[in-house]
Write a protein of this length. Sequence first.
Length: 191
Amino acid sequence: MNAAMTSGGATGPAVLDAGELTSDPESAVRFAESAHRILAELVGGGAALGWVEPPSRDEVAELLAHVLSAVRAGDAALRAAYLDGRLVGLGYWLRYDRPTHRPHADLEKIAVDAAAHGRGIGRALASALIADAREAGIEVLTLDARGDNTTALHLYRSLGFTEYGRLPDFVAVGERRYDKVLCMLDLRRRN
């Protein structure tokens, strides 16, 4: 196991980038399996991560392959957090495809294992991804969150994101409806 993967714990999570996660085939396979476990458990518990039903292993593998391909092209960043050698969270952003939107990226997903909530994992991942976006020359980082995800919305606000729109009752999960909250972080301004 990568030395960085075994660190983290009492002092906080070890946050690895895509290169560290895929440095050898065995690490890449373990990461994909652990990412699937986290995403499936969170979605199964009702988390708003883009799926209504828990994703299959193949869906997660396809998603990770897409993100890693974009990372290699300079159009994405992927981060993973480990505590005591165990994957406890992951997140990524993707640059917008349209030529007129190339300086911008969308923070697509931050997912933290339910057992690790409240330990600063989401903040560590988001902070690393924001730093990656700055380094990549991203001007505006956007995201959307389900309106009932108050913990995530609080985290994003504390990191400087501002709400720029809200679509009432836009997200449908069965008979339930939730607002879609649109947020942005302008990286052109130094905080």
